[in-house]
Design a binder for this molecule. Structure first.
Ligand SMILES: [Fe+2]
Length: 396
């Protein structure tokens, strides 16, 4: 795949392809790292306090065991399946923490010492919710609460003490949960509103493009053909389904700048004068201007401005050459030319498929990107693109 294709993919996706899978893997990687650092810190802290803390040995043993099974089991498993690594890791953590806790509690009871750990548990719950979000935070928070109750009871506390400590943890954890959940929902609403606005903008410009095409003595079929063909060709040269769909939607607006070309020039049946051609050529830069500076129309602007550039550098408005022409514009140029040839226009009858194929072959390397023409002809040969039967002249 060429660099240009990769750049276009980045433009379309904003660098967020496979977001869900990546975020799961990212969370699990962060969990492993945080737990590893935590285990080393606990090991160091308890080692320093070993003379005054009766439960030092089981805690250190638990931390060492934790580091061993993470290194030998969880991390290798993560390389193959982050979700499996999370499940196995949480299972082993539960056994280790529960076992170490019971051993610590028994030793404290024997030494008649009670360590007040509820503040530590609150910190753990808050940190978990803040770092990993409400859902994971809630699950781990419940786990820490259960652990706190068990530890309190085994180390000699009453049910009343255990209940008060747990309720405190639940209230603090719940408050943090509520705040983070509200923030997350607000972010979702903002994103949803933005998506809706972009969809509305797209609809508006699609209507404008349709009006422009109608003036040009073609039917809305041309826009549908361009969209479908551009989408298929984009996929054929390596773009994902979603990226290709966005490119196809953007290609629909390629001639939106014709709104600024007077009827007497746009609909003139005979050849155009040089001055009239200059006016027609302006539809590229005018289209780019009409589409404004919205991020959602980045591709559409590229296409509007550059769909009349030629592979050999003799096109307009910038005289770009080869892969300097944006990929989206090169794709649109191929499918737009084919559909124009196959459609009836005021100045010509529709060409047969054979004539249109031959014309695309002739334009390879001069007007059009040769690799894209080959890919498009292959699509046509396989029957993947509709064959435009009959004339496309509008009925009215
Ligand atoms: Fe055009």
């Amino acid at each position: 795949m060429s660099d240009n294709v990769i750049d276009t993919r980045r433009e379309i996706t904003g660098g967020h392809s496979s977001v869900d899978a990546e975020s799961v893997a990212d969370t699990e990687r962060a969990l492993i790292a945080v737990r590893g650092v935590g285990a080393v810190l606990v090991l160091a802290a308890v080692f320093l306090l070993r003379d005054s803390f009766p439960g030092a040995v089981p805690v250190m043993a638990g931390a060492v065991l934790f580091l061993i099974y993470n290194t030998l089991v969880v991390i290798p498993l993560y390389m193959r399946s982050p979700i499996a690594a999370r499940n196995v890791g949480m299972f082993l953590d539960t056994i280790t923490i529960a076992g170490a806790s019971l051993a610590v509690a028994a030793r404290e009871r024997a030494a008649d010492v009670q360590t007040d750990i509820w503040l530590i548990v609150i910190v753990l719950v808050v940190a978990t919710v803040l770092r990993f979000g409400p859902r994971v935070g809630l699950s781990l928070g419940l786990f820490w609460c259960s652990w706190l109750v068990l530890f309190s009871l085994v180390s000699g506390a009453t049910w009343g003490d255990a209940a008060i400590r747990s309720v405190t943890v639940v209230i603090v954890g719940g408050a943090v949960f509520s705040v983070t959940d509200k923030l997350r929902r607000r972010e979702e609403l903002v994103a949803e509103g933005k998506r809706g606005l972009e969809a509305q903008n797209r609809e508006t410009f699609l209507m404008l493009a349709t009006v422009v095409e109608a003036r040009d003595e073609t039917t809305g079929q041309h826009l549908r053909h361009v969209e479908t063909s551009a989408t298929l060709l984009a996929q054929a040269v390596g773009l994902s389904e979603r990226e290709a769909k966005e490119l196809g939607e953007a290609a629909v607006m390629h001639d939106v700048g014709k709104a600024g070309v007077p009827d007497k020039i746009l609909m003139k049946p005979g050849p155009l004068e040089a001055a009239e051609w200059d006016v027609v050529k302006r539809h590229t830069v005018l289209g780019e201007k009409i589409l404004g500076d919205r991020e959602a129309f980045t591709l559409a602007r590229q296409i509007a401005r550059s769909h009349h550039e030629r592979w050999d550098g003799s096109g307009y408005p910038d005289g770009l050459r080869g892969e300097d022409i944006p990929l989206a514009a090169r794709i649109t140029a191929v499918v737009d030319m084919y559909d124009a040839l196959r459609s009836e226009r005021p100045y010509k009858p529709p060409w047969s498929p054979g004539e249109a194929f031959a014309e695309l072959e002739r334009a390879k390397g001069t007007q059009l990107d040769p690799a894209l023409v080959d890919a498009f002809l292959a699509l046509l040969a396989r029957g993947d693109v509709q064959n435009y039967p009959g004339s496309e002249r509008k009925a009215a």
